[in-house]
Ligand binder design. Structure first.
Ligand code: SF4
Length: 295
């Protein structure tokens, strides 16, 4: 495999008035975004469309996933003013659909669930018309923590399995496939719309992708996104292969044939990419119909 990125992975460069406005809102409210912390290739596009994914509970993570660029360590504080600032930033960005994510805070008894719930409620109070999608960690499989978040009633519960079962240990050191599936199943059992994401190009086989997609459908997951893994720095897991746009289109078709409500599949697709469009499609708010391929 060539180390050079194929041309289909070239993303839009950051810039423009909307981009600068998002930059200002994020800075003024002293927020972190996963867009920046994860070096997401889509910042030029998403921020120019006036949207960013805010990352709560700090920017130091207790986990050390080998694909992720977020700093690992022992976080030192809890910022109790954060929920209100996140809510204000959602209002300033005038978002109809917001995606909030967080680092893992395994050192806290509730994994940060109370801050998650406070954030959801603060956003809803200030932005009653905004749909809230939460992209959460596995809360170490603690049902009480997950229920604390679900009790705040986000519109979409998003939790990423990231990769196939065999590669979990190598890719997400402290996570487990069965635990991630449990998060999705538990949320579904409580009646929530669920969403998950897979990175391709970390060493998975075709058969393993098929099995994973079937597992997720067995868990009644509603929205699935698939994208190319990109190595953030030389210290991270190397890219195993460049998945072609054509293969992404095949996975898109296959996902729809399995019965997922919405599948977005393409080289630059990330868990929070086009989240509003996916939600509109899922809830039937997109009168043009169709589905998202992004390849
Ligand atoms: S895809 Fe998600 S993480 Fe990447 S820039 Fe867009 S909103 Fe941010």
């Amino acid at each position: 495999m060539s180390n050079r990125k194929p041309e289909w992975l070239r993303a839009k460069l950051p810039g423009g008035p909307e981009y600068k406005e998002v930059r200002k809102i994020v800075d003024d409210h002293k927020l972190h975004t996963v867009c920046e912390s994860a070096h997401c290739p889509n910042m030029g596009e998403c921020w120019a469309r006036g949207t960013a994914t805010v990352m709560i509970l700090g920017n130091v993570c207790t986990r050390s996933c080998r694909f992720c660029n977020i700093e690992t360590g022992r976080p030192t504080e809890l910022d109790l003013g954060e929920p209100a600032r996140v809510a204000e930033s959602v209002a300033k960005m005038n978002l109809k659909h917001c995606v909030i994510t967080s680092v893992a805070r395994d050192e806290l008894e509730d994994g940060g669930a109370s801050v998650w719930a406070a954030t959801i409620r603060a956003i809803r109070r200030l932005n009653p018309g905004t749909a809230i999608e939460v992209l959460i960690p596995d809360m170490q499989g603690k049902q009480a923590s997950l229920d604390t978040i679900l009790d705040a009633e986000p519109e979409i519960l998003n939790h990423n399995v990231e990769t196939v079962e065999r590669l979990q240990k190598a890719v997400r050191v402290q996570a487990r496939y069965d635990r991630s599936r449990w998060v999705l199943r538990h949320a579904k059992g409580r009646g929530f719309v669920t969403k998950t994401s897979l990175m391709l190009g970390v060493g998975e086989t075709r058969e393993e992708v098929v099995r994973t997609m079937r597992d997720l459908r067995d868990d009644d997951v509603n929205i699935l996104t698939l994208g190319q893994y990109l190595q953030p720095t030389a210290k991270h897991l190397p890219v195993d292969r460049w998945v072609t746009p054509e293969e992404f289109r095949e996975w898109h078709e296959y996902g729809l044939s399995l019965g997922f409500g919405v599948v977005e599949s393409g080289p630059l697709v990330r868990s929070s990419y086009h989240a509003e469009e996916q939600s509109d499609l899922y809830f039937g708010r997109n009168h043009a119909g169709g589905s998202l391929a992004s390849a």
